[in-house]
Design a protein around this ligand. Structure first.
Ligand code: ADP
Ligand code: LRH
Length: 489
């Protein structure tokens, strides 16, 4: 039979790509046909995504893909939580706000006075982050009173793009779970949360699992791109869910770190872990592929370096990390301090202020600041692994690092040394691969449930063993840092 071509559109917070995947002899080969930048657009004190610009890049990528021959299926994944509101004519009612838009300030605390944390957690199992869709919607209504009642449909970003590609409206489950409006036990939108915050239930579309065939591309898209009779298949539309699906792990004694704009640190479980300890640690239970749960925590991640790099005129990443490795270490920050969440060219100064306030040496150069962030991220990762072991009773001996950040060899070694666990790095494009393999599974190109073994067959990995134990004073210093305004309240 002819080899099927699948196309993944993977939109990260910092960049996007369009790639063709094919399966031959049980191996996946990936051809990235188009890459483009992504990021927030500041307008009048607000922060948006350039969703029309992304759509243009997608059409361009599909045009390039169509030149390689017939495309069997296409699917989109992106960062979580963000959404568009459509009116009764399917028109966009507003831009798509970025989750770092400051409009959510104070909203989560107000909401949790209405419905307590324990009740929200019992229904959703989702960590409290100020930008969860639920708090963004309440902020939206405060900004533009009446907008939620005028709206007819809410579509998360990948769902919007699938709607534009296929004409079908649906919400794929992995990303639905990140809204904090989804109840994993009911596999349905959470009535208690939706009711408590006065959200119109009609906004929320049907929930479908990853692997659902949404329909053929519309005639308009076919004409614009040259695609013919291509079906749109929802992958795990939450980028982190696609990445976790592609972690090349075997056994049960491993955790993953999806390392990019965010550091998503977690394990896979068979069902949600909604215990008082999990709530106390503010661990999240996001939906994974095939009914699995992703028990994880958001750690601020390489966002802090990305935003510093922007302030420094965008030096080469590889050079910046090489300089960081050669620089003097010492000062540490709590990367999850809320002051690091928002965009701004003052990110280097925010790090310096943190070090000054906590009585540490103040890092001066880009290399010293970057090193401070990397060491701090490794220490925070080590802490989260202990929490995951605590709530699951599992022993974690291997940390699988995937995503753009897995290219940073210095960080991989820091992670091995700081956590005392073996680090296996790769694939860099785990999200893209997970997206492609769910499509391949849905169209019978690979056997059901074989994703991880296909990745193991297809990708070269790097191993980092712990060599230099991190002195206990460093761990103690990190544990003592003032956590004045934690992101995880
Ligand atoms: P996201 O999906 O959140 O946009 P990615 O998984 O694409 O993130 O990872 C982006 C990160 O990868 C960057 O912030 C940077 O730290 C790292 N990175 C990108 N290019 C390189 C490179 N050439 N060398 C080392 N690290 C890199
Ligand atoms: C990573 C990610 C993460 C979410 C955040 C909003 O791109 O999807 O899993 O918490 O973006």
């Amino acid at each position: 039979a002819e080899v099927k071509r699948h196309v993944a559109i993977d939109l990260g917070a910092s960049s996007g790509r369009v790639a063709i995947g094919t399966i031959q002899d049980g191996k996946l080969s990936v051809n990235v046909v188009h890459r483009f930048a992504n990021g927030g657009v500041p307008v009048q004190g607000r922060l948006y995504w350039d969703v029309l610009g992304l759509w243009k890049e997608i059409l361009h990528g599909l045009r390039l893909a169509a030149q390689h021959g017939h495309i069997h299926s296409v699917g989109v994944d992106s960062w979580a939580v963000d959404y568009a509101l459509l009116d009764e004519h399917d028109l966009l009612m507003d831009g798509v706000h970025h989750y770092r838009d400051p409009r959510t300030g104070g909203v989560m605390d107000d909401c949790l006075n209405v419905l307590p944390r324990s009740a929200v957690y019992a229904s959703t199992g989702i960590q409290f982050l100020p930008f969860n869709t639920v708090y963004q919607l309440v902020a939206h209504e405060r900004q533009a009173p009446g907008i939620l009642n005028r709206a007819c449909q809410l579509l998360l970003v990948p769902d919007l793009l699938h709607f534009w590609l296929s004409g079908r409206r649906a919400t794929e489950r992995t990303n639905a779970s990140t809204t904090q409006l989804y109840d994993p036990r009911e596999d349905a939108w959470s009535a208690p949360v939706i009711t408590a915050f006065g959200l119109p239930p009609v906004l929320f579309p049907d929930i479908v699992p990853a692997g659902t065939v949404l329909g053929e591309v519309t005639p308009a898209v076919a004409q614009e791109t040259g695609l013919t009779s291509t079906v749109v298949v929802a992958p795990a539309t939450h980028d982190t869910a696609s990445a976790v699906a592609a972690v090349p792990a075997v056994g049960n004694d491993w955790a993953y770190l999806s390392s990019g704009t965010w550091s998503l640190v977690g394990v896979e479980t068979l069902s949600p872990v909604v215990t008082p300890e999990a709530l106390q640690y503010n661990l999240t239970n996001e939906a994974g592929v095939n009914g699995t749960t992703r028990l994880l925590k958001n750690v601020m991640g390489l966002w802090i370096v990305q935003e510093c790099r922007r302030a420094w005129g965008s030096p080469d990443f590889a050079q910046l990390y090489a300089d960081a490795e050669a620089a003097a270490g010492g000062p540490l920050v709590d990367p999850d301090d809320g002051r690091f969440l928002h965009a701004g060219l003052d990110m280097p100064q925010r790090i310096q202020a943190y070090c000054r306030e906590t009585g540490q040496a103040v890092p001066a150069t880009p290399a010293e600041i970057t090193r401070c962030v990397l060491e701090s991220l490794a220490l925070r990762t080590a802490e989260v692994l202990l929490q995951l072991e605590d709530v699951t009773g599992r022993m974690i001996s291997t940390l699988h690092v995937v995503g753009g950040g897995s290219q940073v060899r210095f960080l991989n070694q820091l992670l091995a040394d700081t956590t005392g666990r073996r680090v296996i790095a790769g694939p860099v494009e785990a999200t893209l691969i997970g997206n492609l393999l769910v499509q391949a599974e849905a169209s019978g190109s690979i056997p059901a449930g074989s994703l991880r073994s296909v990745v193991l067959q297809s990708e070269a990995l790097d191993t980092f063993e712990p060599t230099t134990a991190v002195p206990s004073q460093r761990l103690a210093l990190f544990a003592q840092l003032g956590r004045a305004q934690p992101l995880h309240s």
